[in-house]
Design a protein around this ligand. Structure first.
Ligand code: 1GP
Length: 249
């Protein structure tokens, strides 16, 4: 069933061409910094805040960060869990993801089964997502036991995305990994775009206007940016990126 957050993202996409999601890792930013950051990025046009990541495992801290952020913003908070510990109350939705190219079935269906009752209990809107890890050497790749899709094999990513669509998933997240040295190629995004009809999220290693524009031109619906801000990137520069992707389709 399509819920409020998914409808909101779709309506944003009609207005904005492509969306910016900002990732807040609750283990990197403290509560105060996270709340301020969320407010700042909402002002410059971000459409959602993702909270989580593969190394964010302190559920209590994450819960406090989500609660704290929620008070100051109107855009949705979407959980981005790396494990069952990434499911906390007070968020609006969750990327209910299967790491389809994991070698460990735990990350394909078992964590999901363990987490599903809490998702229902907390009233989180599940966004059915194929999480595809591209390349290797990142935390998402290591923690998720992913057999990373090679950057230069876009057809493999497209095949997984088509399989995701056939399985009823409405979101694909092409993930190079947080702080990745190499971002997903526009060629891969283009190939996936041709195969997959749903909402296409791309993230990992994006930190400049040129890259962001090329990924959106290739067909990304939303870009996720995290490390750029964690490493002191300015809101002004993020605003430039946001403006560029909102006009570059
Ligand atoms: C990581 O795709 C997200 O899961 C964001 O990546 O931290 O490299 O921006 P960065």
């Amino acid at each position: 069933m399509v819920g409020k957050v998914e409808l909101f993202l779709k309506s944003e996409l009609e207005k904005k061409n492509a969306l910016l999601f900002v990732l807040i890792d609750s283990e990197v930013s403290n509560l105060e910094a996270s709340s301020k950051l969320a407010q700042d990025v909402e002002k410059i046009g971000a459409s959602a805040i993702l909270v989580g990541g593969s190394s964010a495992t302190d559920q209590i801290e994450m819960s406090q960060v989500v609660k704290g952020i929620k008070q100051g913003i109107k855009i949705p908070i979407i959980l981005f869990p790396g494990n069952v510990t990434g499911v906390v109350p007070d968020a609006d939705a969750i990327l209910f993801s299967s790491l389809m190219n994991s070698e460990n079935p735990y990350f394909i269906t078992q964590a999901q089964a363990l987490a599903a009752p809490s998702v229902a209990k907390f009233g989180l809107e599940p966004l059915p997502t194929a999480y595809l890890v591209v390349g290797d050497g990142t935390s998402a790749w290591f923690v998720g036991s992913a057999r990373g899709i090679p950057f230069e094999k876009p057809k493999i990513a497209a095949a997984y995305s088509l399989a995701a669509q056939f399985l009823g998933m409405r979101f694909v997240y092409l993930e190079a990994g947080s702080g990745a040295k190499t971002h997903v190629t526009p060629e891969m995004v283009k190939t996936v775009r041709r195969a997959f009809n749903g909402f296409l999220i791309v993230g990992g290693g994006i930190k400049d206007v040129e890259t962001a524009e090329s990924l959106v031109k290739a067909g990304a619906d939303a870009l996720v940016i995290g490390t750029f801000l964690e490493q002191g990137g300015s809101i002004t520069k993020l605003e430039e990126i946001t403006k560029a992707i909102q006009r570059s389709k």
